[in-house]
Design a protein around this ligand. Structure first.
Ligand SMILES: Nc1ncnc2c1ncn2[C@@H]1O[C@H](COP(=O)(O)OP(=O)(O)O)[C@@H](O)[C@H]1O
Ligand SMILES: [Mg+2]
Length: 254
């Protein structure tokens, strides 16, 4: 199953969710490929040692722009059953480059993924904070979307635009695409968090995951230690929450 983690807002925990979802699924015995489709390369930096230099040719840039096969850029991580397709800052120009071509510019990533689909149980795509052609490529390649929503502030306005984009993709490019669920992140026992969640449940009944991801410094520290939260601090509140989210995701994958 191909799952994109999306929200055009930055700082809502897309990358954190993509990383820990990918790692957590391997701990449940699944074979996972994490695709970093964000030119900011945050997920790449967590899983690829900083001394290893990734060139544009060895990144997802080459797959989307130059039609390189996905297998030519996929690398094993130091964690079993977890592979990564790294990103490169050059990808930040890919939206413009794609805008100038017309041959299947929205289907590049899907075609590349089709070649490796059978090798993995889950392919998780981390996306940039934008609804440009890279994200559209991810939508076309994906069966399900997971949308992290920060409950630290009112941020529901962007969700209307996100839904319109999903609707456009469903009508024109990928009728299978569905939101698997919305994940409440940066949860705290405050009125703001509670209000955001209450409103989310009004707009998206059935879609909000029961697990809320609390604000937890272990999640941030894991990244700076180049690892996932289950490896860094397996009993932290962040690790426990992501474990519980993964149970829900496995249940919704059937
Ligand atoms: N639940 C959390 N508690 C504390 N810090 C978090 C949490 N989730 C994410 N972070 C931190 O917040 C920042 C933004 O998260 P990130 O996953 O990079 O968001 P996005 O990919 O949506 O921009 C990062 O520094 C990350 O480590
Ligand atoms: Mg990110």
């Amino acid at each position: 199953m191909v799952i994109s983690v999306v929200n055009q807002k930055g700082g809502v925990a897309k990358t954190t969710t993509a990383i820990n979802l990918a790692a957590g699924l391997t701990l449940e015995g699944r074979r996972v490929l994490l695709i970093d489709a964000d030119p900011q390369t945050n997920a790449t930096q967590v899983f690829i040692h900083p001394e290893i230099e990734i060139s544009p040719e060895n990144s997802i840039y080459n797959v989307i722009i130059k039609f390189a096969p996905l297998t030519s850029v996929v690398r094993a991580t130091r964690f079993p059953n977890l592979d990564i397709a790294p990103s490169h800052i050059r990808l930040s120009g890919a939206d413009l480059e794609l805008a100038q071509v017309y041959d299947n510019r929205s289907e590049r990533l899907k075609r590349a993924i089709d070649e490796v689909r059978n090798k993995y149980d889950y392919i998780i795509i981390d996306n940039p904070p934008a609804l440009g052609l890279i994200t559209i490529n991810s939508f076309v390649a994906s069966e399900r979307l997971i949308v992290p929503v920060s409950t630290a502030f009112f941020a529901l306005s962007g969700l209307v635009q996100l839904q319109e984009t999903i609707q456009m993709v469903r009508q024109q490019l990928n009728p299978e695409l569905e939101i698997m669920g919305l994940v409440c992140t940066f949860y705290e026992k405050t009125n703001v968090s509670r209000d955001v969640i209450r409103q989310l449940k009004v707009y998206f009944p059935e879609k909000v995951f029961q697990t809320y991801i609390p604000k937890n410094v272990s999640l941030e520290e894991a990244h700076s230690n180049h690892t996932h939260v289950f490896d860094y601090s397996r009993n932290s509140s962040g690790a426990r929450a992501y474990r519980s989210l993964i149970k829900e995701i496995l249940a919704r994958s059937k």
